[in-house]
Design a protein around this ligand. Structure first.
Ligand code: ADP
Length: 324
């Protein structure tokens, strides 16, 4: 393999820059010409592909976002778009591609790789942690840290005023961010997309807390929760349980940004390093991921399937026990 390109696509996640740096430097270390594709698949179509050297990735390890930018590119979903992308890859003699992104990015990569025989390795970069084959996806840990930092601040004001806060966190259909941040912030309750919790059950729990003199309560609502977002839940609860002054906070996109945690810097570095080594070893259509404390390959096809339940059993059990 002589020429490798790297791109970031879909939603950005902290740690993507650490992965880009590792990809570029591992390739250069092995004498491979390295290229960066700007704005995800969009840059393949517009031929926005630039050579990268070891210095192009200096001082980015600690930065959130992605120096290669990212985009949602509808044209890449069409046959015509993929054809143009392939022609541009060929024109630049690129024989290996590393894509950093989430399930949409991987779906595109799988189709592109199968259709044109392009060698592709995926790096799971999404705060949602919704891919199989990696216990943690890149950005997930930083997002949880950002969430708990925000909740700690909300807890101060909640406590001062005897308030009940409903805090909505990201994760799309995955409750991973919600579950971990509920444990790490000592939330009174958490509502997950994967679990049915009735409003009555929630009220019972909050009432018990109030009866045992909890001065404030925090309920974390995953954005993908089936009975609605934090505003809907807060409204339903308030109709029958009016013990506290009730407030709602939607954390939103601040969860996507910020300097990556040490965990995500190391994970990004490991995954970038492993992705290039996999291409050198002749692998394709694989995702590099963290399993236990090892970096392992999983086929992109498998990574895309069966990610519906990644919540740790003991954490699930603890949510009721530790919040009494
Ligand atoms: P994420 O990778 O974070 O899940 P998206 O779902 O937006 O983000 O996907 C990123 C990009 O991947 C899309 O903008 C599109 O260019 C490409 N993509 C997604 N699905 C497909 C598909 N079925 N075929 C080809 N490309 C796709």
């Amino acid at each position: 393999i002589k020429n490798i390109a790297v791109l970031t696509s879909g939603g950005d996640a902290p740690g993507m820059n650490a992965a880009i740096r590792a990809v570029v430097r591992t390739g250069i270390y092995h004498g491979i010409n390295m290229f960066g594709v700007m704005q995800g698949y969009q840059g393949l179509i517009t031929n926005n592909i630039k050579p990268m050297d070891a210095r192009s990735v200096s001082n980015i390890l600690h930065l959130g976002g992605t120096i290669l930018k990212t985009a949602r590119c509808l044209e890449f979903k069409t046959d015509e778009g993929q054809e143009i992308a392939y022609r541009n890859l060929k024109a630049n003699n690129i024989d290996g591609l590393v894509v950093i992104g989430g399930d949409g990015t991987f779906t595109g990569a799988k189709r592109f790789g199968e259709k044109y025989g392009v060698k592709v390795i995926g790096i799971p970069g999404t705060i949602d942690n919704d891919l199989s084959g990696s216990d943690f996806t890149l950005g997930y840990d930083t997002a949880i840290n950002t969430v708990i930092e925000a909740i700690d601040k909300i807890r101060d004001t909640a406590d001062a005023h005897d308030r009940l806060f409903f805090i909505e966190v990201m994760g799309r259909d995955s409750g991973c961010i919600a579950l971990r941040s509920s444990i790490a912030s000592g939330a009174e309750a958490v509502l997950l997309p994967e679990v049915e919790t009735s409003v009555n059950e929630l009220i019972e729990k909050l009432a018990l807390g109030a009866a045992t003199k909890k001065s404030s309560s925090i309920v974390i609502v995953a954005e993908g929760h089936k009975q609605g977002g934090a505003y809907d839940i807060a409204k339903k609860v308030k109709e029958t349980f009016d013990h506290y002054d009730t407030k709602v906070t939607i954390l939103g996109h601040l969860q996507r940004g910020g300097s990556p945690s040490s965990f995500d810097r190391i994970l990004g570095s490991r995954l970038g390093f492993a992705a290039v080594n996999a291409l050198i070893a002749g692998e394709s259509a694989q995702m590099v991921g963290l399993r236990g404390n090892d970096i392992k390959l999983t086929s992109i096809e498998e990574a895309l399937s069966n990610h519906s339940f990644k919540l740790e059993d003991d954490l699930m059990e603890m949510t009721d026990v530790l919040s009494i």
